[in-house]
Write a protein that binds this ligand. Structure first.
Ligand code: SAH
Length: 552
């Protein structure tokens, strides 16, 4: 065990879920922020637990081939990016592996199935400057001057920086005008601790498809004195479309107030994803990476594989972005979202795009869908060919998953921002008659540890599913003796080859090897019975197990 303040020289051999480097001293594991896999580093232990500890990167003795010069000089302090010092190609590998490992370990998806269904992660060509939205907090420095910046990781200390590498260049121009205005007019930044001061945050949005710009100042009070001075300077910026103010006097971490007031221009900017136009107001939710959002939604559309005759449900639909994308190819799309304003935006977006085959509901997906579905059996109204879900990090509610299974859609397209909860939900769906057909990770947030994933699940061929289940039930009725043998074979194959094999596969191999199957191994008498056949790798492993147990 190591103690606080101990130093060590280690090699970084793995990457943790938060992007930190992982190294070992004997059997003791150290997590090192800012260390890159492959680095040789000198570290100092900051916090020591029994089997692991957190250490600080003191010196890089030998830099990993995956290490790269960060674009931003505050990359280590700022809470926004976690892995800017890791080469972008390696970031993509890390994210793809994270998705794969979660699906395998938590989701119980077979390694060989993953080999087949995992498609290469969709990365960005330009992994900087991708964000269309920035929210900068304001603070006051030691000399009493206002400054803008970013929160440091895990704290609310504001690091002065008007030049975030993930945002668009015009943000800096806007911030400098606001700071100049504050200095010249003696307007103070908000102080979180005392609750004094006026300017809390600025929200800036940029329409990548339209070059329209929005600025919304969040203030701790009713008015900004002499605000026309500021508006006159902001409105001449090319592309400026909307300048507004949102009042937030609450002593909370929530950035925006409940409403906003236009100071100049429109109340919204317009942006497009693919063919669809969206009006975005200061309070609207909108995906922050428009380039990758198009990739994400195109993947959803590709996986849904619509021909125009389908009924689709889009659960957790936000402002209806996916719903409208799918409506282009479906007969009817129903969207469900918990936030009423988002649904107002969704309806407005449907209207401005002339899309009539969508209907939106406000409420919890896990309440709206079961209600619509009816308490016992689903009536015709709750029919779905395809169900899309895009839940927040905590994943889908189990009541919702049960309802989806009851509705028996042909396809489920699961969009997820958290691979662990995705894997948990995939496991449940795979235990209820669905199988994973395609998986694609999409890098929506380069330089951070976040990863978005799209999974296509298809309903197992019903006949096949039921018949196989029947056979397995029958197999389970075999004598205790041979049942034990089955379990032993399964355990042996898993232990030795890391493969999961079913009783069905074992019985297939036994039969091939000329072993008596007994009367229980009766396949369906129907001519068209389709039974999954044991793949060659598993067959080889089972044969080996049979030899091991001296059965052949
Ligand atoms: N699909 C949208 C939004 C996804 S974000 C897009 O791509 O833009 C997840 C959304 O789920 C958020 O808008 C959040 O408000 C909503 N949400 C959270 N819990 C919910 C619930 N229980 N039922 C319905 N919507 C919910």
């Amino acid at each position: 065990m190591m103690q606080k303040n101990d130093t060590a020289v280690i090699e970084i051999i793995d990457i943790g879920v938060n992007g930190e480097g992982i190294g070992k001293v004997g059997g003791y594991t150290l997590f090192v922020k800012d260390a890159v896999i492959g680095d040789q580093v000198e570290v100092k232990v900051m916090k020591a637990k029994k089997n692991y500890g957190y250490a600080k990167l003191m010196r890089i003795l030998e830099a990993s081939v995956y290490r790269t010069e960060p674009r931003c000089r505050y990359a280590r302090q700022c809470g926004g990016c976690q892995i800017q010092e890791m080469a972008y190609d390696r970031q993509l590998v890390f994210k793809e592996q994270k998705v794969r490992e979660d699906l395998e370990r938590i989701g119980g998806v077979d390694k060989m199935i993953l080999d087949k269904v995992m498609e290469p992660i969709a990365g960005m060509e330009q992994p900087f400057g991708y964000r269309n939205k920035a929210q900068f907090p304001f603070g006051t420095d030691k000399s009493g001057e206002p400054y803008a910046g970013f929160y440091a990781g895990r704290t609310h200390d504001i690091i002065a920086n008007t030049d975030c590498a993930l945002g668009v260049p015009v943000n800096r121009t806007i911030l400098e005008i606001i700071l100049d205005f504050m200095k010249k007019n003696g307007i103070r930044a908000y102080n979180e601790k005392t609750g004094d001061g006026l300017i809390r945050h600025v929200l800036m949005r940029y329409g990548f498809a339209t070059d329209e710009i929005m600025v919304c100042l969040v203030i701790n009070g009713g008015e900004i004195p002499n605000v026309s001075w500021l508006v006159d300077r902001l409105k001449v910026i090319e592309g400026m479309t909307s300048i507004s103010v949102s009042v937030n006097t609450a002593r909370t971490n929530v950035i925006m107030g409940d409403s906003y007031r236009v100071l100049w221009g429109q109340s919204y900017i317009t942006d497009c994803i693919g063919e669809i136009k969206y009006q975005i107001s200061p309070l609207s939710f909108y995906q922050v990476n428009p380039v990758q959002t198009e990739t994400l939604y195109s993947t959803v559309l590709e996986y849904a594989d619509l021909n125009g005759s389908e009924t689709v449900w889009d659960l957790y639909c936000g402002i209806g972005t996916i719903s409208l994308f799918l409506a282009q190819r479906a007969k009817k799309v129903y969207g469900v979202e918990i936030i009423p304003q988002a649904i107002e935006d969704a309806r407005e977006n449907a209207r401005i795009n002339g899309i009539n085959n969508v209907e939106f509901f406000v409420g919890r997906a896990e309440e709206v869908l079961p209600e619509y579905c009816g308490s016992s059996t689903c009536d015709a109204g709750a029919y779905a060919d395809v169900i899309v879900v895009d839940p927040p990090r905590k994943g889908c509610d189990s009541v919702l998953l049960d309802t989806i299974v009851k509705m028996q859609p042909e396809k489920i397209v699961y969009v997820s921002c958290d691979p662990a909860t995705l894997a948990r939900d995939v496991k449940m769906l795979c235990g209820s008659g669905y199988e994973v057909k395609r998986v694609r990770a999409v890098d929506m947030f380069p330089m951070t540890v976040h990863v978005e994933t799209v999974v296509l699940l298809s309903k197992l061929n019903t006949k096949q599913h039921i018949e196989v289940e029947l056979n397995l039930d029958e197999l389970d009725l075999t004598a205790a003796e041979s049942k034990a043998t089955y379990d032993e074979i399964k355990a042996y194959v898993l232990e030795k080859y890391g493969l999961k094999v079913s009783s069905l596969y074992i019985s297939q191999v036994k039969r091939k090897c000329g072993l008596d199957m007994g009367q229980n191994y009766n396949l369906s008498k129907k001519e068209d019975a389709k039974v999954p056949q044991c793949p060659p790798e598993k067959e080889a492993a089972i044969v080996e197990a049979l030899k091991h147990f001296h059965m052949i």
